[in-house]
Design a protein around this ligand. Structure first.
Ligand SMILES: Cc1cc2nc3c(=O)[nH]c(=O)nc-3n(C[C@H](O)[C@H](O)[C@H](O)COP(=O)(O)OP(=O)(O)OC[C@H]3O[C@@H](n4cnc5c(N)ncnc54)[C@H](O)[C@@H]3O)c2cc1C
Length: 359
């Protein structure tokens, strides 16, 4: 019976766990090495800023695994013997495998910036979850968000409507916030930020972030809380255990490691070598069925399927105060209905893994 080890219960692996019966029928013994719960990033800005209850995006991995023919090892991966095919967990257990798949997400890309440990990172989400408690401890807080991409924008807009936050600053190194957004949507966001009193500093390079100040060429900016949202990068663990580089686990279109066909990777931790992919949830979600089909084909000795990234996909930012911004390619739509659309999509996806675990 080949041992299949799923490391991390991210978007792609949730699909595998929910379809574990098919994997078992194909001959695998399935083990999941992951923390007992998963937090969905689609609602993370809202939960971190206190606009939604902390549990809104939580999936109980223990409960999901209990409903499926899988063994959950509640721990994280800390080491890997690639030639020997043995994984070591944070609890010291060793797990041998025939096939291993990574879906361990990402961390904030600090871009060699000196950053104090006090500064909250937006990923892993366990870091970001501390935001509300930090704000409660400092009534009338000044918050500086570093990074004007989608995540920084979501957080800055949510914080701008959170009671008890006195001042929100958004610092961006480039010439504009929301550089990936259509120009019209960007202008709409600039107006929203101005109306909500968010101070936006563009063309502003940060030299260092301490617990109390953001150091710029022009001098220090004091803060009570700083949030680092400078983009996402692969976890350093992957390089340390010898399966990847700074971009993540290098995989071909079949989602297999370029040198180790028994290792797969999906989501943010994968470096999809056929073409660069942004670190957004849609890839992990869509790679889940490809991974499942690949593992079943592998067991049957059939040709392996490949992942074709969608040319365009819908993304919806939750901007706090009951409004959202939906974007698909150059098309965009701002307002309450955009947020309602996001809520419907998020709830439908979360419910798949919260109900019977059988989407
Ligand atoms: C605040 C915020 C908001 C975002 N909003 C959106 C959005 O609205 N839409 C969107 O498309 N993208 C969004 N993103 C990006 C999104 O987070 C990622 O693209 C997405 O989570 C990637 O999914 P994944 O399955 O690869 O990893 P994740 O969702 O991060 O899941 C990885 C899992 O692996 C576990 N894990 C980590 N290390 C280990 C280990 N060593 N051993 C075992 N398990 C481990 C983690 O606990 C986690 O549960 C947002 C990001 C942030 C920071």
């Amino acid at each position: 019976m080949p041992e299949l080890l799923l490391v991390g219960a991210g978007h792609a692996h949730l699909h595998l766990i929910a379809h574990a019966a098919d994997l078992v029928a194909a001959g695998y013994r399935v083990r999941v090495l992951a923390p007992p719960s998963f937090d969905y990033s689609g609602v993370a800005s809202a939960t971190a800023a206190g606009s939604l209850p902390a549990s809104t995006g939580r999936i109980d991995i223990r409960a999901l695994c209990a409903l499926q023919p899988v063994d959950l090892v509640e721990a994280t991966l800390v080491d890997l013997d690639v030639p020997g095919q043995v994984a070591t967990t944070s609890t010291g257990e060793t797990l041998s495998y025939d096939v291993l798949s990574f879906n361990v997400g990402s961390v904030v890309d600090t871009r060699d910036l000196p950053v104090d440990d006090q500064v909250l990172r937006v990923k892993p989400l366990s870091d970001l979850a501390e935001l509300s408690a930090r704000l409660e401890a400092v009534p009338g807080a000044t918050v500086t968000v570093i990074g004007g991409g989608s995540t920084g924008l979501e957080l800055a807009t949510h914080l701008s409507v959170r009671p008890g936050v006195a001042r929100v600053r958004l610092v961006e190194a480039g010439p504009t916030i929301g550089a990936d957004l259509p120009a019209g949507a960007r202008r709409r966001l600039v107006r929203l930020l101005a109306r909500r009193g968010v101070e936006v500093l563009t063309n502003t390079s940060v030299r260092e972030i301490t617990g109390r100040e953001v150091l710029l060429d022009s001098g220090p900016l004091p803060h009570d809380v700083a949030l680092l949202a400078t983009g996402l990068a692969a976890p350093p663990l992957l390089q340390r255990v010898g399966v990847g580089g700074t971009h993540g686990v290098p995989v071909t279109a079949t989602l297999q490691h370029v040198d180790h066909p028994e290792i797969y990777a999906g989501g943010d931790c994968a470096h999809f070598t056929p073409q660069p992919l942004p670190r957004v949830g849609v890839h992990g979600v869509r790679q889940g069925p490809v991974l499942l089909a690949s593992l079943l084909a592998r067991a049957g000795g059939d040709p392996l399927p490949t992942y074709t990234p969608p040319a365009r996909s819908l993304s919806v930012l939750d901007l706090g105060g009951g409004v959202g911004l939906a974007v698909r390619g150059r098309w965009w739509w701002y307002g309450a209905a955009a947020l309602r659309l996001k809520e419907r999509i998020d709830i439908r996806w979360l419910d798949k893994y919260r109900s019977a675990g059988t989407p």
